[in-house]
Design a protein. Structure first.
Length: 124
């Protein structure tokens, strides 16, 4: 009986821990990301907007005139953090296409990048 109670207690604590982690991760998204997720709408981004997202924790880049929030991807990028962070707040199109002279990124990289889109880059 005591073993069952202990097992149930452990399972409850584990479930609550996982739930807390998921809620915490969801709370880490920016309000603009929440709006985009909720509405499916993309936001037009100006150069002055782009230049406010220049840190690894808040890193937006431009690739082919679209703006992407790549902050959540920086820590797992196969080419290393520095390969991306040097482009925070700027246009990374050439770097994305050339990939240190290795040629363009594979299609799956482009497909993944599209999941991080904030919207088109506009000039105003």
């Amino acid at each position: 009986m005591n073993k069952k109670l202990l097992l149930i207690s452990i399972l409850i604590v584990l479930c609550l821990s996982i739930l807390s982690f998921v809620i915490y991760k969801k709370s880490q998204t920016t309000p603009q990301n929440n709006l985009q997720e909720a509405t499916g709408l993309q936001t037009e981004v100006t150069l002055s907007d782009l230049r406010t997202h220049i840190t690894p924790d808040d890193c937006w880049i431009v690739v082919d005139n679209n703006v992407y929030n790549i902050s959540p991807y920086i820590s797992v990028h196969p080419g290393g953090r520095e390969a991306i962070t040097q482009y925070c707040g700027s246009d990374a199109t050439e770097a994305f296409q050339k990939r240190n002279e290795k040629g363009p990124h594979p299609k799956n990289a482009s497909d993944f990048l599209n999941t991080l889109i904030m919207g088109p880059m506009v000039t105003k």
